[in-house]
Each structure stands twice: as structure tokens, then as C-alpha cells.
Design a binder for this molecule. Structure first.
Ligand SMILES: [Zn+2]
Ligand SMILES: [Zn+2]
Length: 228
């Protein structure tokens, strides 16, 4: 059994804060077997994180969080960036052509760009797995909804801390039932549904501070625009 973090952001994300070195260090400190850094629409930091993780004896899973036309999709086990703004189906096609898996993060959180608001449940079922636990979900009901959905459609389940600061890496772990300590081993076991969830919610003060930070940044940008 391997304990892995499948959803974390570095400073390469517009809303992330810490360098990949800190994320890898934290993953190692909390005893993870594998780490995927999944920045928004950029994959370079993830590739670097994967290398660093391997050096520490963990499995470095390259990945990305893609902003598709209908919302966020995680691509795990891929090394080439998938462009943002593509349709859901084309995004999945490009992930699969790289032998990666498509996971739907926070699918029922509309304000955080979950795909659930824009495509049908049948279409969502084309994904390889559903993130049924996202640590940054302020209201547990959205996670429950994702779990009920995955159960009803017989889809594999994952968890993700969706960490935007290094300290939160490992807050939501996916336990993968495999002895194959490799990217392929983990990705294939997830696809086969051999997972369990071991997770905690991000403390409220951190989620709120981050949400507030995002609003502050957006307001600043808007004010700058108005001044121009
Ligand atoms: Zn997201
Ligand atoms: Zn994310």
C-alpha cells in the first residue's frame, strides 16, 4: 500500500505560494510514498518536483491541473502540458494519449471550477477517477456529493489536499493498494479503483486566508485596470 498526495500547487500556480523544494520536503516529512504537484496549466514545476521526490525515495508523479472549457481536470502521469481552454473530451483524449489518467477535482464546487455544473453526469463518467475528498472544500456536503456520485457510477475515488502552501501537503492522502512503486503502478491501480481515502480538511483559518488573499489579488488587479 502506498500513501500518495495527488493534488498540490507550487509557486508556479498563480495562487500557490511555495517552491517545489518545500512541497517535496513536506511530503517526505509526513511519510508520503508519492507526490504529484499539479499546477494550473503549467507542468514544468511538476516535472522538477517529480525528480526531487525520486531523489528522496518517493514516487514523483508528474501532473497538471488543466483549465478546460468546462472546468478543472487533473492530468496525472503525463509529462507534456495539455493546453487550457480545450473541450472536456479533447482534454481527456490528450491525457489518455500520454497514458495518463484524468481525475475530476472538486467536481461539485461550482465557484472553484468543478466540471459538474457544466457537463452531464454521464459525460463526467468518462474520467478515470473522481476526487471525492478535497481538503479545501469549506462545506463537507460537496465532498459527500462527489462520493455519492462516484459510488453511483462505479468510478474510482481519490483524495487531494489541493495544498497551496507546503504545510498542507499530505492533508488528504490517497492510499493506493499496489506494491508497484512506480508512476505506472500508481496510475494503473487508481484506474482499477484500488484506493482508499485518508484525509482531513484544511483548517478553516487557512482556507479563509487563501480565499481572502485571492479576492484581495483580484481586487488589486481590477483597481489597477481601472486606473489605467
Ligand atoms: Zn481546481
Ligand atoms: Zn487545485
Amino acid at each position: 500500500m502506498l500513501s500518495v498526495e495527488l493534488h498540490a500547487h507550487s509557486e508556479a500556480s498563480h495562487d500557490g505560494r511555495d517552491p517545489v523544494e518545500s512541497l517535496v520536503e513536506q511530503a517526505d516529512r509526513v511519510g508520503l510514498d508519492g507526490l504529484a504537484v499539479t499546477d494550473h496549466d503549467t507542468i514544468d514545476a511538476s516535472l522538477q518536483a517529480a525528480k526531487l521526490a525520486e531523489k528522496k525515495g518517493m514516487v514523483g508523479i508528474p501532473g497538471i491541473e488543466i483549465s478546460t472549457k468546462v472546468g478543472h481536470v487533473l492530468g496525472l502521469g503525463i509529462t507534456d502540458r495539455v493546453k487550457p481552454g480545450l473541450s472536456f473530451q479533447e482534454t481527456l483524449r490528450q491525457i489518455h494519449s500520454q497514458d495518463g489518467i484524468a481525475v475530476l477535482p472538486h467536481p461539485f464546487q461550482e465557484y472553484r471550477h468543478g466540471v459538474g455544473a457544466h457537463i452531464s453526469k454521464e459525460e463526467m463518467a468518462m474520467a478515470d477517477a473522481i476526487e471525492i475528498y478535497n481538503s479545501r472544500t469549506l462545506f463537507g456536503i460537496r465532498n459527500l456529493e462527489a462520493k455519492w456520485y462516484a459510488e453511483a457510477y462505479g468510478l474510482p475515488m481519490t483524495a487531494g489536499s489541493d495544498a497551496h502552501i507546503a504545510k498542507m501537503v499530505g492533508q488528504a492522502k490517497t492510499i493506493v493498494n499496489t506494491t508497484d512503486r512506480s508512476v505506472e503502478g500508481i496510475v494503473n491501480a487508481i484506474k482499477d479503483g484500488k484506493t482508499e481515502i485518508d484525509a482531513r480538511r484544511t483548517p478553516w483559518h487557512i482556507s479563509f486566508r487563501q480565499a481572502a488573499g485571492g479576492i484581495r489579488r483580484r481586487v488589486k488587479r481590477r483597481v489597477k485596470k481601472l486606473r489605467r
